[in-house]
Ligand binder design. Structure first.
Ligand SMILES: *[C@@H]1O[C@H](CO)[C@@H](O)[C@H](O)[C@H]1NC(C)=O
Ligand SMILES: *[C@@H]1O[C@H](CO)[C@@H](O)[C@H](O)[C@H]1NC(C)=O
Ligand SMILES: *[C@@H]1O[C@H](CO)[C@@H](O)[C@H](O)[C@H]1NC(C)=O
Ligand SMILES: *[C@@H]1O[C@H](CO)[C@@H](O)[C@H](O)[C@H]1NC(C)=O
Ligand SMILES: *[C@@H]1O[C@H](CO)[C@@H](O)[C@H](O)[C@H]1NC(C)=O
Ligand SMILES: *[C@@H]1O[C@H](CO)[C@@H](O)[C@H](O)[C@H]1NC(C)=O
Ligand SMILES: *[C@@H]1O[C@H](CO)[C@@H](O)[C@H](O)[C@H]1NC(C)=O
Ligand SMILES: *[C@@H]1O[C@H](CO)[C@@H](O)[C@H](O)[C@H]1NC(C)=O
Ligand SMILES: *[C@@H]1O[C@H](CO)[C@@H](O)[C@H](O)[C@H]1NC(C)=O
Ligand SMILES: *[C@@H]1O[C@H](CO)[C@@H](O)[C@H](O)[C@H]1NC(C)=O
Ligand SMILES: *[C@@H]1O[C@H](CO)[C@@H](O)[C@H](O)[C@H]1NC(C)=O
Ligand SMILES: *[C@@H]1O[C@H](CO)[C@@H](O)[C@H](O)[C@H]1NC(C)=O
Length: 720
């Protein structure tokens, strides 16, 4: 038993303060990461709040003074959807105004200088489609920029939905298996990177011609290229070289079906589109041919001659380790070298140091995203040291001229924190801004209300980390009911981070101790630990959770394991359903499944086929026993614990019939159960009004079954 941290030290006295409410958590400012200017003196970020009286959200732009940490309002509002620092001065910006007076559904580009006392913006271009994802570089003659938008595949022009006439029929016909993805049916259009030139003329800039589709030259022999890769790709999927002359972008492999392979390649193309894109990696390229999987983070070096990126080896495994590469591109000749290849970590978020000698990267260690610096020519054996600690998890960072980094991070105890770290003096961390000290809604969230323990070893000899969150007025003198929160993925972590969907401090404030085990399969504990969940979903991970239960039962006096409940979303929902059919299910008083699978034989209704085929070690017809091995439905005979099921209609990842099947079985068996769905939500419940209802019903369910509240809410429940 390895007890690593202050499980007992968190005795709190938080008398008289307003606790974190569901409404408060949902309405409190949601701040973007900081976009720092070239001199490192200013940063801009957005803040979005919700008003429960008007039922509206509003977004403002804020300016962070880096020296003092002072935050003031920017001289423009939410019409500005994004901006880049570019132009004559260190405070010059180019921004996208999300409206266009001339073209419905179009946007406009403006320039401005935030250093001027009176804010004046100048309209420089009218774009005829909803372009976004702006990147820009100053050139001798003006500004070169790139943006992205949906494009027509037949002629490559940008697609503007508002200008399209609705067809008379709604039918859509398919000949291949990427029918829908996440929450959207795949259509004829694909996202593409477009390049544009703003020519400097006396007193301003003018757009030289229409933006040009840079993907249009790629030969597609199975699937159409697309950048950013949907649904989660963004402008991080492409990059403009600092000299403005070259663009790098990634797209899924055009020679492979998209639904059953993860492979994606990085292409480079001249910014003016004068020749077709050329692949840097992938089959037949100069890059190591061991790398066949997904690529990420293409980033040009300061001198525009090298391109850093990360790629996985495995062609169907989305949770394989990312390895770093640097491609040197001189004229038509490209060489590719791997960097720190043996480092057992999965780096991303690549940024070059100003002199081009180092790569700053983020990587997850023990469920928090940390910062590392690696020489761009590091040998295979190189092992970098993390610069940031486990207290926060990084969202983004900027390397400052001083060689320090300005970090945007969060933790369970703060929704946003900006601080400065140095790679050499690790102890010096200067906090510029901490939402917890500013937002009244966050008064009771606190670093002392979270901790982590390590338990085990488990059957493989691995120690398991679990994050622990404490209720208000926690004391070890009392016995507390406990929630087991089981994370999704399964190859993703749930550490000490802020979330508006699974906010663990909010859950704890309902009167529970909350434990969140990082069971076998969780990334950030070495690739081998992640890989051990393959074809083992209800095996080791289930027993890791069982081991945590035993640990709390035997060794933690203030946890009342007779009043234990469990729940989770996605894989966490699958595991909850698995628990319902097994011995551990009888130890919980109630369960909650959000968008979880119950029928493994129904796996092929999902959108990403590679995921199920990888995790079950093959397809359904040749490996039927693997799909049956961890099928919760096969254990429905044992289902008997009260169970709340939430499942949303637009969930194309785990289809809604999974939740409905489970609910109908529980009802048929007479097991107390409730079904909640939202017709307009996907795998996540994001809309704040929907989320409020979701939280209310779920918290009420859990409290009722451990006798914190007496009554189950009847308001709004639909009777037969
Ligand atoms: C915490 O303790 C204070 C002071 O005793 C009390 O006013 C408050 O209601 C308690 N809060 C909770 C959630 O128990
Ligand atoms: C931007 O700021 C840096 C650092 O203060 C300075 O060296 C540089 O000259 C400035 N650039 C411009 C264009 O003013
Ligand atoms: C929410 O809107 C109402 C009605 O406009 C207003 O009175 C109130 O001040 C707003 N609340 C906040 C926190 O801005
Ligand atoms: C920061 O803001 C405070 C309060 O508005 C002000 O007193 C102080 O002078 C500001 N500091 C700087 C460096 O701008
Ligand atoms: C955005 O564009 C609209 C016209 O489409 C204009 O009225 C408004 O002033 C612009 N706002 C900013 C901040 O550029
Ligand atoms: C800024 O604008 C205000 C109001 O339009 C004007 O009175 C003032 O003279 C301007 N200041 C400068 C420095 O241009
Ligand atoms: C491109 O193709 C689409 C679909 O056929 C068409 O609606 C659009 O007008 C075309 N655009 C141009 C510029 O030809
Ligand atoms: C992927 O699908 C294609 C046909 O769409 C098929 O030829 C190929 O064998 C499949 N590969 C895997 C790994 O499922
Ligand atoms: C580079 O490749 C292009 C297109 O294949 C060709 O036209 C050009 O001559 C080549 N340049 C050199 C320096 O080899
Ligand atoms: C790096 O990570 C380890 C493991 O979590 C941690 O013990 C150490 O404190 C971290 N380094 C810094 C500088 O925080
Ligand atoms: C991972 O497992 C492989 C095969 O079992 C082993 O050779 C390797 O040393 C392990 N790696 C680490 C970092 O433990
Ligand atoms: C309880 O703690 C003891 C002593 O640290 C340890 O040997 C034992 O394995 C623990 N039991 C469980 C179930 O974790």
């Amino acid at each position: 038993m390895a007890f690593r941290s202050a499980f007992l030290a968190a005795s709190l006295l938080l008398g008289g303060v307003q606790s974190l409410s569901i409404e408060g958590m949902l309405a409190a400012p949601r701040r973007s990461t900081a976009n720092v200017n070239p001199s490192g003196e200013l940063a801009l970020f957005t803040s979005s709040v919700y008003n429960w009286t008007t039922h509206k959200s509003s977004t403002t732009w804020q300016v962070l003074d880096v020296a003092s940490g002072n935050v003031t309002k920017a001289p423009f509002g939410s019409a500005v959807s994004e901006f880049v620092w570019v132009g004559a001065t260190n405070t010059s910006i180019l921004y996208i105004n999300s409206t266009n007076d001339e073209v419905p559904g179009g946007v406009t580009l403006y320039t401005a200088d935030l250093g001027q006392k009176n804010f004046t913006a100048t309209l420089v271009a009218s774009l005829h489609a909803p372009f976004s994802g702006l990147k820009a570089a100053k050139t001798e003659s003006g500004i070169n920029f790139v943006v992205n938008a949906l494009a027509y595949w037949n002629n490559g022009t940008a697609y503007n939905e508002e200008l399209v006439t609705t067809p008379f029929s709604t039918g859509q016909i398919y000949d291949n298996n990427y029918v829908r993805h996440w929450d959207t049916y795949v259509s004829q259009q694909r996202y593409a990177v477009f390049s544009g030139v703003l020519t400097a003329s006396y007193g301003g800039y003018t757009l030289a011609g229409e933006p040009k589709n840079l993907l249009f030259g790629i030969e597609d022999f199975v699937t159409k290229p697309e950048t950013p890769v949907q649904p989660f790709g963004d402008f991080g999927d492409y990059d403009l070289s600092p000299d403005g002359k070259k663009v790098a972008f990634l797209t899924k492999a055009p020679e492979l079906p998209k639904a059953n392979y993860t492979a994606s390649y990085i292409y480079t193309v001249p910014h003016d589109g004068s020749s077709a894109p050329v692949a840097v990696n992938g089959p037949g390229s100069k890059a190591p041919q061991t790398a066949q999987g997904a690529s990420e983070s293409p980033r040009w070096s300061p001198d525009s001659t090298r391109l850093a990126y990360a790629q996985q080896d495995n062609i169907i495994y989305e949770s394989d380790r990312f390895k770093l590469y640097v491609a040197t591109i001189e004229g038509n000749s490209t060489t590719v070298k791997s960097v720190a290849e043996d480092w057992d970590s999965s780096p991303g978020g690549i940024t070059w140091s100003a002199d081009g000698s180092n790569l700053w990267v983020t990587s997850e260690i023990h469920a928090s995203n940390r910062l590392f610096v690696i020489p761009a020519d590091a040998p295979a054996s190189y092992k970098p040291a993390n610069i940031t600690g486990p207290q926060t998890s990084l969202s983004d960072f900027t390397v400052l001229l001083s060689g320090h980094a300005l970090v945007s991070a969060s933790a369970s105890w703060t929704s946003r924190i900006f601080y400065i770290v140095s790679p050499t003096t690790t102890s010096e961390t200067k906090i510029l801004f901490d939402a917890q000290t500013v937002d009244p809604e966050l008064t009771t969230v606190s670093q002392s209300r979270s901790s982590s323990i390590w338990y085990g070893p488990n059957e493989n000899g691995d120690l398991i980390q679990a994050f622990v969150y404490y209720p208000l007025n926690f004391t070890t003198e009392k016995k507390w009911p406990v929630i087991f929160e089981i994370h999704g993925g399964p190859q993703s972590s749930q550490g000490d981070t802020w979330s508006v969907r699974w906010n663990m401090q909010l859950w704890a404030e309902q009167g529970f101790v909350v434990v969140v085990p990082q069971f076998t399969g969780t990334p950030g504990y070495g690739q081998n630990f992640t890989d051990k969940i393959t074809n083992n979903w209800g095996g080791t991970p289930y027993r890791d959770i069982e081991l945590l239960f035993e640990h709390l039962e035997k060794n933690v006096s203030y946890i009342d394991t007779d009043r234990a409940v469990a729940g989770g979303a996605s894989f966490g929902g699958f595991m909850t359903n698995w628990i319902q059919g097994h011995a551990l299910g009888r130890k919980f008083k109630a369960l909650v499944t959000h968008d979880g699978k119950v029928n493994q034989y129904g796996a092929y209704a999902t959108d990403e086929i590679y995921f199920i085929q990888h995790d079950q070690n093959g397809n359904l017809w040749e490996n039927r026993e693997n799909y049956g091995l961890w099928d919760p439905l096969s254990h429905a005979k044992n289902f008997s614990t009260p169970h709340f099921i939430a499942h949303n209609d637009l969930d194309y990842r785990v289809v809604q019939s999974e939740g409905l099947s489970l609910f109908n079985i529980l009802q048929t068996k007479g097991v107390p159960s409730r079904f909640l769905h939202f017709k307009d939500e996907n795998h996540w419940t994001s809309n704040r009004e929907n989320s409020l209802l979701w939280h209310r019903y779920i918290f009420n369910w859990l409290k009722y079954w451990v006798a914190i509240d007496e009554e189950l809410i009847q308001e709004g429940v639909i009777k037969q």
